[in-house]
Design a protein around this ligand. Structure first.
Ligand SMILES: C[S@@+](CC[C@H](N)C(=O)[O-])C[C@H]1O[C@@H](n2cnc3c(N)ncnc32)[C@H](O)[C@@H]1O
Length: 147
């Protein structure tokens, strides 16, 4: 099973416009479905309780990525962040079993634990988080014969 953990944060303009919030959430859920991933965990940083209305997606919410990861017993956590110590995605071997990919907020930076597995996509500027998620899920799919 593959799970994705995303952050929902500081989206004042989105919170004011429900249709915009739905669209932004769909950027994640539709992309996940395209890669056959249906398990989503939202870190609801602002306690905004975003509505994930999609019968094909199972969704849970937590206040922090630490709690979200703790809820996924047996899943190997992979942090997606452009850090100097991160492994280049191109050479990364995805966990063979259950894995969760932790994507940071569009308005902050993810701080993975010391010793945690971190992957980076070499880019000139930071990607929007759903784009980073798509690239990582596609990379896993392309390499699945390795897993
Ligand atoms: C918009 S970025 C956050 C950028 C951060 N606020 C900054 O200015 O450096 C949102 C998230 O997408 C992911 N991301 C974006 N670009 C990435 C890259 N080149 N490699 C790996 N992850 C990336 C990370 O999870 C990041 O936390």
């Amino acid at each position: 099973v593959i799970a994705v953990i995303i952050h929902w944060e500081h989206a004042d303009w989105v919170y004011r416009h429900k249709a915009a919030a739905r669209k932004v959430l769909k950027l994640y859920t539709h992309t996940m479905k395209a890669f056959g991933v249906s398990k989503l965990i939202v870190v609801d940083v602002d306690e905004a309780e975003p509505a994930i209305i999609d019968a094909e997606i199972t969704c849970a919410m937590f206040a922090s990525w630490q709690e979200a990861v703790a809820s996924l017993e047996g899943f190997a956590p992979v942090f997606v962040e452009d850090l100097p110590r991160a492994q280049n995605l191109a050479a990364f071997r995805h966990p063979a079993g259950d894995a969760c990919y932790i994507i940071g907020s569009d308005y902050g930076k993810l701080t993975p634990p010391a010793g945690g597995t971190v992957v980076r996509i070499p880019t000139r500027i930071p990607l929007w988080s759903h784009v980073a998620m798509a690239i990582v899920l596609n990379d896993r799919r392309q390499k699945e014969r390795w897993c």
